[in-house]
Write a protein that binds this ligand. Structure first.
Ligand code: FES
Length: 109
């Protein structure tokens, strides 16, 4: 493997989509708006023309094991973890981090 190889995506974003059922179930991102947030991010990245090789990829993931801090997403290759409340927070992560290259400190976990 060539260590100098560029990552295929500049930013690869994983939204935890795990959803636990049952009234005694642990908190899960899927019960805290993950689907709406992930869909919003995917749509907005496409609208901005930021999707594709060398740019941004928005993916779904299973449980990332930070459930109590959720809903969570993680941005690679930086390994920056965020939580969010609504789509305005997702827009902030897109505009500030994915476009601007700065960490959104208020949402970082
Ligand atoms: S359910 Fe999302 S991190 Fe576990």
């Amino acid at each position: 493997m060539n260590d100098d190889a560029k990552p295929f995506y500049k930013h690869h974003v994983f939204f935890c989509m795990n959803e636990r059922e049952g009234k005694d179930a642990r908190q899960s991102c899927g019960k805290c708006g993950a689907e709406k947030a992930q869909k919003h991010a995917k749509k907005r990245i496409k609208e901005l023309g930021l999707n594709g090789e060398g740019k941004v990829r928005i993916n779904q993931s299973g449980c990332l094991d930070r459930c109590e801090e959720g809903p969570v997403l993680v941005v690679y290759p930086e390994g920056t973890w965020y939580t969010y409340v609504d789509t305005a927070d997702i827009d902030d992560i897109i505009d500030t981090h994915l476009v601007g290259g700065q960490v959104v400190e208020r949402l970082k976990i």
